[in-house]
Design a protein around this ligand. Structure first.
Ligand SMILES: *Cc1c(COP(=O)(O)O)cnc(C)c1O
Length: 343
């Protein structure tokens, strides 16, 4: 099966497994795991932040970041289709007791002016506006890039109004590679940011949350509270370090392959395809029902996923050039099978 359902479908490579097996380890909870420490230093260096925290998942990074930035009753401003709002079982509300206030926009990638309009003056009746969250790249907008100018303007608006900015960087390195700028140029627009090593980077577990020293010290207490303090986590951090050193630049291949898929899909009658900035292609298969389309693809050995009324194809480390060529063949075959059925 060629698995285009998600960039979480990757398996650790043999070289990554060797790095994991050879990892120096200690007690992470006591800050004595040398590989975790090395990973945090490497990520902080790339992202230009003074402190970092190793966490088991990206979701835990978001939950802890929102908790650390806010007090119960505060308002957090988000785009309408972001992971924090749609995919974290209400964690921000349940754990932090915050109001998630949606900034209206077409795609979820809101602009400073839209944030300005959504923000209100603090008075005795309103929740306290405290935090703005952005997602780079934006998954449900199609792996879409938040332009740097737009992020800088959002930061300026947030600062004027006394709000912090948090970046969900599950696919930050996809953005960095696509924008062709150093990571710290992207992350200088936010107060806190995390990267996931289990998306296109191909590690089995791990994410690093970065920010100011005081922010990370506070976040560490919530990590402990959630049971996220670990022991010999260097085994996992070694996979992340390996990914950071070997799997970042190659993301450009995934982006090129996503474009190839998008172009072929767009050539079919009636298909609506969102042209990808990075590694995610969203589309509607014309008059064909998504259930039928997905099932027919799977019969031919290609798996995709669907979100609402759209299908999603994601390229990643475990999808080779040959897999893409094979997928194009399958797309054509499936297209023919549906056209023939209609005659
Ligand atoms: C996957 C994802 C997350 C959550 O990361 P996990 O490591 O799966 O918990 C958060 N935000 C975005 C945009 C994601 O794609």
């Amino acid at each position: 099966m060629i698995d285009l359902s998600s960039d979480t479908a990757t398996r650790p490579t043999q070289a990554m497994r060797s790095a994991i097996a050879a990892a120096a380890v200690g007690d992470e909870q006591r800050l004595e795991d040398p590989t975790v420490t090395a990973l945090i230093e490497a990520v902080c260096d790339r992202l230009g932040k003074p402190a970092g925290l190793f966490l088991p998942s990206g979701t835990m990074c978001n939950v802890i970041a929102v908790k650390t930035h806010t007090q119960p009753g505060d308002a957090v401003f988000v785009g309408h289709n972001c992971h924090i709002l749609r995919c974290e079982t209400g964690g921000a509300a349940a754990f932090s007791g915050v109001v998630l206030d949606v900034v209206p926009s077409d795609t979820g990638l809101f602009k400073a002016a839209q944030l300005q309009t959504a923000l209100y003056q603090r008075n005795p009746y309103t929740p306290n506006p405290r935090l703005v969250c952005v997602e780079q790249t934006h998954n449900f907008a199609g792996g879409a890039l938040w332009p740097l100018d737009q992020l800088r303007a959002i930061k300026e608006t947030a600062k004027e109004r006394g709000l912090s900015v948090h970046m969900d960087g599950a696919r930050l390195f996809n953005a960095v590679v696509a924008l062709g700028v150093p990571a710290r140029e992207v992350t200088s627009t936010v107060d806190s940011v995390w990267v996931d090593f289990t998306k296109g980077l191909g590690a089995p577990l791990g994410a690093v949350l970065c920010g100011e020293v005081e922010f990370i010290e506070k976040a560490r207490r919530y990590k402990h509270m959630l049971g996220g303090a670990l022991r010999q986590a260097g085994m996992m951090a070694a996979g992340c370090l390996y990914a950071l050193e070997h799997h970042v630049e190659r993301l450009a291949d995934d982006h090129r392959r996503a474009k190839t898929l998008a172009e072929r899909l767009a050539s079919y009658d009636g298909f609506e395809v969102t042209q990808p900035d990075t590694n995610i292609v969203f589309f509607r298969p014309g008059h064909i029902s998504i259930d039928d389309y997905a099932a027919r693809l799977e019969d031919h050995g290609v798996r995709m996923s669907w979100v609402g009324d759209r299908m999603r194809a994601v390229t990643h480390l475990d999808v080779s050039e040959e897999d893409i060529q094979q997928s194009l063949k399958v797309l054509d075959q499936v297209q023919n099978s549906f056209s023939t059925a209609n005659v």
